[in-house]
Design a protein around this ligand. Structure first.
Ligand code: ZN
Length: 293
């Protein structure tokens, strides 16, 4: 497995104080290029931490140096990808779960690494009562209508029973790594009926595109911790959601040869970067659907 070696300049090494502008920011703190240690020190409180920018993952950066054990210092709730990309990752209650290409769940060891992850310490601010929903689009609309500001960052946890759950995962990748379009051409889709479990998800505004993928993005683990994946569609009776909203975001860039040399700018401007429409995503209206790791 072509994993990246531990970097001598590992992201956990302390690098001194954070830039003053980040420290002073009372509301939104966007720490571009912060190390993990800086992210940990800089913005105490309600912060979403992003490891590796979405644009890198889209461009095929499918390895990363950061261990999940380190990530858990910053949060206990999130979604992400394994390094090298293989399946889907769900972080719930401080446990890191891996859904293989067929959806089978296993716990990841602390030294497993991530190529891309979004996480936070989940402390719910509010409970939202959602109506019965027939599909993902109705589900996303019901959430949107109850959020408060769509310009903030929202984490949502939903524990419940789902009449139908359509999930996907992806097989293990190896170099040369594919871009998002080619990765999703390999996805496997599977379904569950009358399944109890937990949705772990986020919503970000379109202005963060490139850093984090905008719109709603949910991963799922069932109550038995046997099945999981990235949510493509769902149907459910009324649900209660726990909402944790934030106004701060930290971006930690991997210090890793693959990321450092990746032609992300070029991929961003190439026509293929727009990607095909993806029914899995629910971007902020009216922007087109985007691909999600
Ligand atoms: Zn996903």
């Amino acid at each position: 497995m072509p994993d990246s070696p531990p970097s001598p300049r590992d992201t956990v090494s302390a690098r001194g104080p954070v830039p003053g502008h980040a420290r002073r920011a009372a509301g939104l703190a966007l720490l571009l290029g912060a190390s993990l240690a800086q992210a940990e020190q800089a913005v105490p409180g309600d912060v979403v931490h992003q490891f590796a920018p979405a644009a890198g993952f889209m461009a095929g950066v499918h390895e990363g140096p950061t261990r999940f054990g380190e990530l858990l210092r910053l949060g206990d709730f999130g979604t992400g990808a394994l390094s090298p990309t293989d399946g889907e990752v769900i972080i719930l209650d401080g446990v890191v779960w891996h859904a293989a290409v067929d959806g089978e769940l296993r716990r990841l060891p602390a030294d497993a690494r991530t190529s891309f992850a979004t996480l936070k310490r989940f402390v719910p601010d509010r409970r939202l009562t959602l109506p019965a929903v027939a599909d993902f689009s109705a589900f996303a609309k019901a959430l949107d209508a109850r959020l408060g500001s769509r310009n903030h960052f929202h984490a949502v946890r939903i524990d419940g029973r789902f009449q139908h759950m359509k999930l996907r995962s992806v097989p293990r990748q190896k170099p040369p790594y594919p871009n998002m379009r080619a990765l999703l051409a390999q996805q496997q889709v599977y379904e569950a009926k009358d399944v109890t479990g937990t949705l772990v998800g986020f919503r970000f505004p379109s202005y963060v595109a490139g850093v984090i993928i905008p719109g709603w993005h949910f991963h799922f683990v069932d109550a038995d911790r046997k099945l999981g994946g990235h949510v493509l569609d769902l149907r459910a009776n009324p649900l209660t959601a726990q909402l944790d909203s934030s106004r701060a975001l930290s971006l930690v860039l991997p210090d890793d040869p693959l990321f450092n040399a990746a032609p992300i700018d070029e991929a961003q401007t190439a026509p293929a970067a727009a990607g095909p429409d993806n029914p899995t995503s629910s971007p902020p209206t009216p922007s087109p659907a985007r691909q999600k790791p």
